[in-house]
Write a protein that binds this ligand. Structure first.
Ligand code: AMP
Length: 293
C-alpha cells in the first residue's frame, strides 16, 4: 500500500479535464498565484509517443503542464480529413493521466469559434516559404489563429512543438516573437518508429503495404543529407532522392533543401545550416518529414 500524506498539497493530483475558458483561466490563475511555471502542449489528440515526448519536455521546463486536445477545423480545407481525423479520447486521457499531466484543455468547437467569430491571423515569413503553404494554403492561417488563441487563453511560460512539423515550428516561433506573446516556444526533435517513420496520428490511415513503404521518406532524407555533406551537387542529390521516393509509389509534393532558420531556398552547403523537408502522398495519406544536414 502506498503511504498517504494528510497534506492535500502532497496528494498526487488527478489530471483535471477543463472544458470552459473560465475553468481554464481559473486553473492557470491558481498555478500563477502559487508561483508555479506553466507549459502548454497543443495537440489534436490521437496521442502517440511523439506527443508524449512533448509532454515530458514540458514537464522538464515547467512545474505545471496543460495539454490541449482540439481538432481545429480552421486548419483543414473542405476536401481534407477533418471529420475522419482520428479521435481517441479515452486512450488520450489514460496516457496523460499516467504521465500525471496536471490538466487537459478540451474545448468544443463552439467554445473556440463561437457564432460570429470573425478574426483570422495571416502569417508571413516562414508561413509563405513555398512548402506546406503551397499545397495547403489555408493551413498556417488556421494554425496561427488557434495557437494564438491557446497561448492567450493559457498565457503559459513555455509551449512545446515538434520538429516533425518543422515549418509549423518556425511559423509559431515567429508569431510568438512578432506578437510579443510572453511564451517561449520550445522544439522537440522528431520521435520515430524503430524503422525511422516519423510518428504521426495520420499513420493510422496507412494500409499494411503502405506502412511497409512509408519509412522510405526518412531513409531517402538521410541519404540525401549524407550526400550533401559530401558536397555532391545539391540539385542532383535532390532529383535522385525524389525519383527514389516516386519509384516506391509516392506522389511527391516537395523535396527541398532550405535554410534551417529562415526556410529560404538554399543551393550551397556554405549558406547553411540546411534542413531537408519532404511531403509526399502514399495512397490517400499525406506524410511529411524533415532532417538536418
Ligand atoms: P498534432 O496533434 O499532429 O497537431 O501534433 C501536435 C504536436 O505534436 C505538434 O507540435 C507536432 O509537431 C507534434 N508532433 C507530432 N508528431 C510528432 C513526432 N513524431 N515527434 C515529435 N513531435 C511530434
Amino acid at each position: 500500500m502506498t503511504r498517504r500524506s494528510k497534506s492535500p498539497a502532497k496528494k498526487p493530483a488527478k489530471t483535471q479535464v477543463l472544458r470552459t475558458i473560465s475553468a481554464l483561466r481559473a486553473w492557470a490563475a491558481r498555478a500563477r498565484a502559487k508561483d508555479e511555471t506553466v507549459a502548454l502542449v497543443p495537440t489534436m489528440g490521437a496521442l502517440h509517443a511523439g506527443h508524449l515526448g512533448l509532454v515530458r519536455l514540458a514537464k522538464r521546463k515547467a512545474s505545471r503542464v496543460v495539454v490541449s486536445i482540439f481538432v481545429n477545423p480552421a486548419q483543414f480545407a473542405p476536401n481534407e480529413d477533418f471529420s475522419s481525423y482520428p479521435r481517441t479520447w479515452g486512450a488520450d486521457l489514460a496516457a496523460l493521466s499516467q504521465l500525471k499531466v496536471d490538466a487537459i484543455w478540451a474545448p468544443s468547437v463552439a467554445t473556440m469559434y463561437p457564432e460570429g467569430f470573425a478574426i483570422r491571423i495571416e502569417p508571413g515569413g516562414p508561413a509563405v516559404a513555398g512548402l506546406e503553404d503551397k499545397f495547403r494554403p489555408h493551413f498556417f492561417g488556421g494554425v496561427c489563429t488557434v495557437v494564438a488563441k491557446l497561448l492567450l487563453q493559457v498565457t503559459p511560460d513555455f509551449a512545446t512543438f515538434g520538429e516533425k512539423d518543422y515549418q509549423q515550428l518556425k511559423v509559431v516561433t515567429a508569431m510568438a516573437r512578432d506578437l510579443d506573446l510572453p511564451t517561449e516556444i520550445v522544439g522537440l526533435p522528431t520521435v520515430r518508429e524503430k524503422d525511422g517513420l516519423a510518428m504521426s496520428s495520420r499513420n493510422a490511415y496507412l494500409s499494411a503495404d503502405e506502412r511497409a513503404t512509408a519509412p522510405t521518406l526518412h531513409r531517402v532524407l538521410k541519404e540525401c543529407a549524407v550526400q550533401i555533406k559530401e558536397r555532391r551537387p545539391m540539385v542532383d542529390v535532390l532529383a535522385v532522392g525524389r525519383a527514389k521516393i516516386e519509384r516506391e509509389g509516392f506522389v511527391v509534393d516537395y523535396l527541398e533543401a532550405r535554410h534551417a532558420e529562415t526556410l529560404v531556398p538554399i543551393t550551397d552547403l556554405k549558406n547553411g545550416p540546411i534542413r531537408l523537408l519532404v511531403a509526399a502522398r502514399l495512397g490517400r495519406t499525406r506524410l511529411i518529414d524533415n532532417v538536418g544536414v
